[in-house]
Design a protein around this ligand. Structure first.
Ligand code: V47
Length: 396
């Protein structure tokens, strides 16, 4: 039996557990102890979602109090042409398929400069694995962005893209990461992690790097001073054991590097994918994934409720189930919208603040590394114009 502080005893008496099997887990959470693989399974299986959420909220408030972060960012997807053909994806296209595009660098710069006028502090840059664009195209893009928008954090290229660049440029992963950093990449987004277990990867993304390679690449990024995020794609063919395995493996790497900044659970969107027969996730599963992630990933500071993927309503409730960040204004989003997302592609800064306040939390605008952004010291923001620039499609 764990020993409690007076505060924990009072808190525990407030928590009514309809599922008595949660009791030893609640003991550990209140005593600040690490949860085991088996605890993770119990948290996924417990019918008492409110108690799981209460525990996650306890951890969230211990770390962040009432503060809830958001940022002003812009997503840029340079190309949707992709050789990987992942079954989970509705975004990737063959080079000549309808809807395939590759932006010319000038178009990327136009989008970025528009983003700066709209107050973006971050560009989130990910794209397909293009068969013909060389690594140098992407390095030139990053250099051009850094030169034109020096104050904006460039969060660019997932571990899957890093691995692909290293293959096409015939250089090591370390060298690839070093060149990215030299060109101006400040951190890496968390995509492409999916579920690390090989059984799942064989079904949903059989040509993608293995889970172990994703983790090793993230480790190398952290070692050379590039922090990154991490994600987990849930709600398709994975089991609860495979989800918990994913979280435990991330936690192990984080123990070694402390290089992960935030974790983002991603709900599978089946429309227009080869897995379109799989039903959409429910709000219940979405909230549970936020809560279990918060509880299992004790060495991650931040858990994001990505409103694009969850809907603003569920993301707002997630702020009471363990999440401490809503993500950003985004502006232009293709990966989820190609897969049937019905959310908007853009939420204004003021609306993010309103959602956070209405959940009884205190909104704080952050940069990518969670430092507060002081708008009073910055130029005024221009209103956001929706995307719709004419596409200058490259023929490569
Ligand atoms: O890597 C692809 C996933 C990811 C689908 O790091 C899908 O701050 C659901 O990684 N249904 C891209 N998911 C999104 C991503 C992300 C988002 C927000 C913030 C951050 C961050 C990262 O979306 C992909 C893949 O794992 N994905 N297709 C789909 N049909």
């Amino acid at each position: 039996m764990a020993s409690y502080s007076m505060e924990s005893r009072i808190l525990l008496s407030e928590l009514i557990l309809t599922d008595k099997r949660l009791r030893p887990i609640a003991d550990k959470v209140l005593a600040g102890q690490r949860l085991t693989f088996e605890d993770g399974i119990e948290l996924y299986r417990s019918p008492d979602l409110l108690a799981v959420g209460w525990l996650a909220n306890y951890v969230r408030e211990k770390k962040h109090g009432n503060v809830t972060f958001f940022n002003v960012n812009r997503h840029i997807n340079p190309t949707n042409v992709c050789v990987a053909h992942c079954k989970l994806c509705a975004f990737g296209r063959d080079p000549n398929a309808p809807g395939a595009y590759t932006y010319a660098l000038e178009e990327i710069y136009q989008r970025a400069e528009q983003g700066v006028r709209e107050g973006a502090t971050e560009f989130h840059i990910v794209g397909g694995l293009h068969p013909d664009l060389p690594f140098d195209y992407f390095l030139e893009m990053i250099r051009g962005l850094k030169q034109r928008c020096p104050g904006v954090h460039l969060k660019a290229f997932t571990m899957v893209e890093v691995h692909y660049f290293s293959r096409i440029a015939k250089i090591s992963i370390e060298e690839t990461l070093r060149r990215m950093k030299e060109a101006g990449v400040d951190s890496c987004p968390g995509g492409g992690a999916e579920i690390f277990h090989p059984r799942v990867r064989r079904i949903i993304c059989d040509h993608k790097v293995s889970g172990q390679v994703w983790l090793n690449t993230a480790k190398k990024a952290h070692e050379i001073g590039l922090p990154s995020n991490a994600t987990m794609l849930y709600g398709h063919v994975e089991t609860e054991e495979e989800r918990v395995d994913h979280l435990v493996r991330l936690r192990e790497v984080q123990d070694q590097t402390h290089g992960f900044v935030a974790f983002i659970p991603l709900a599978f969107h089946p429309d227009n994918t080869p897995l379109s027969h799989i039903p959409k996730t429910t709000g219940y599963l979405d909230l549970r994934n936020i809560a279990v992630s918060r509880l299992m990933l004790d060495n991650f500071e931040h858990i994001k409720a990505y409103w694009i993927m969850l809907t603003p309503s569920i993301a707002q409730i997630a702020l009471r189930f363990g999440a401490n960040d809503l993500d950003g204004t985004v502006v232009e989003e293709k990966i989820y919208h190609d897969a049937g997302a019905k959310t908007s592609e853009f939420t204004p800064r003021a609306e993010l603040e309103r959602l956070i306040r209405a959940a009884g939390r205190v909104p704080v605008e952050r940069d990518t590394l969670y430092r507060p952004v002081d708008r009073l010291k910055m130029p005024p923001i221009a209103p956001v114009t929706p995307p719709g620039l004419v596409s200058l499609t490259l023929n490569v």
